[in-house]
Ligand binder design. Structure first.
Ligand code: 6DK
Ligand code: ZN
Length: 370
């Protein structure tokens, strides 16, 4: 069965405005204007490569729709939804709250189209129209909590889709795997006390948000044991990430036996990314995806649904996303990673002892998952 693909030009119209990377332009602070690092360019280039490579022909296009208020309110407070709408309605837009999460004019509806796009994709997977899928959405979602936005995220797209799957699609047990290089703090917080949703985040330790994503954050109350974190030291590459998959992610998924696996597909752990210091190549993303596709095949009829999150190198992220999507679709475009020779020397380091130790600390907690 085919792979679904959600995309819409409006995702590129989420306007992150002018700032020098992260911070608003400020002559007195020496910050010149420029494109915000979360601008649409990388996302556009991912879609263009999916098209230009021919892969698009093998995918089933699924038209996104806006998430309904009922769907949003399963996750977010009405105050939060109203706040994003108010910011979005202002002439020139506003900010979601932390000073580097711009809300462009009209972004409220685009964020609803992101959450609704993934929700629609999960619905089509549940109905058996497609086996799995990828929603190339903007803005991202995994830092957004029930009542506040941060880290470029407005609504928690994955959480909205997860709650919909539970409430409407007869999929009670959901596993969320987050491979964005930043901690999936919002998703973790939303499900922290909930044993029906297992959250697993692999991220660079102490990257973003500050002081978030420690191994000891392991769930609370009835959800104790159902939040897993694998904070990896800066400089972790291919071998470290695959070791984390084998020691933590796959055993946790096998124990949990989900009805659906959602993937927060950030590509900002790539070796060229400006917002972090990990060393993954397109081939790492390919191999991690293969493992997740296999897990979904044995656990939940292949139901693996990904939402795009971060990824900030405009020329390398598209190749990482293409490798991921080829593997999800079980096909190949025969386009080699054009940067493979460049990174072969410096991204090929073995698993280092301090990385092994960090992964072992997380692996100790896997048997709390039932
Ligand atoms: N700010 C994301 O890729 C977003 O996860 C990443 C947002 C990074 C914000 C930049 C940052 C700091 C750091 C330290 C202290 C204060 C602020 F959501 C995604 F887009 F997916 O490092
Ligand atoms: Zn990120």
């Amino acid at each position: 069965m085919p792979t679904g693909y959600v995309f819409h030009p409006h995702y590129l119209w989420h306007d992150t405005g002018t700032s020098d990377g992260l911070l608003p332009p400020d002559p007195s602070a020496g910050i010149p204007p420029g494109a915000h690092v979360g601008n649409a360019d990388t996302t556009r280039r991912i879609h263009d490569l999916i098209h230009a490579s021919g892969l698009l022909r093998d995918l089933v296009a699924i038209e996104p729709r806006e998430a309904t208020m009922t769907e949003l309110l399963r996750v977010h407070t009405s105050d939060h939804v109203q706040h994003i709408k108010d910011q979005s309605d202002q002439r020139g837009g506003g900010d979601a709250g932390d000073g580097y999460s711009p809300v462009g004019r009209g972004s409220y509806r685009i964020a609803r189209l992101a959450a609704g796009g993934l929700t629609e994709l999960v619905t089509r997977v549940a109905e058996g129209e497609v086996t799995n899928g990828y929603a190339l959405t903007r803005p991202p979602g995994h830092h957004a909590t029930a009542d506040h936005a941060m880290g470029f995220c407005l609504f928690n797209t994955i959480a909205v889709a997860a709650r919909h799957a539970q409430a409407q699609l007869g999929l009670p047990r959901i596993a969320i795997v987050d491979v964005d290089v930043h901690h999936g703090n919002g998703t973790q917080a939303i499900f922290y006390a909930d044993p029906t949703v297992l959250t697993i985040s692999i991220h660079q330790a102490n990257c973003f948000p500050p002081n978030s994503g420690h191994v000891r954050e392991n769930g609370a109350g009835p959800g104790a044991g159902y939040a897993l974190n694998v904070p990896l030291p800066a400089g972790t590459g291919h071998a470290g990430y695959l070791h984390a998959m084998h020691q933590v992610v796959l055993p946790a998924l096998d124990r949990f036996a989900p009805d659906l696996i959602l993937l927060a597909a950030g590509f900002d752990a790539n070796v060229f990314d400006p917002l972090a210091r990990q060393m993954l190549t397109a081939d790492t993303y390919r191999q991690m995806t293969r493992l997740l596709v296999d897990a979904a095949g044995r656990l939940c009829d292949g139901r693996l649904v990904a939402a795009h999150e971060g990824g900030y190198n405009p020329w390398y992220v598209p190749h990482c996303a293409l490798a991921f999507l080829e593997e999800l679709a079980g096909t190949t475009t025969h386009l080699p990673d054009p940067y493979a020779a460049v990174v072969a020397g410096y991204a090929a380091e073995p698993l280092l002892p301090h990385q092994r130790d960090a992964i072992e600390a997380a692996a100790q907690l896997v048997d709390r998952v039932k």
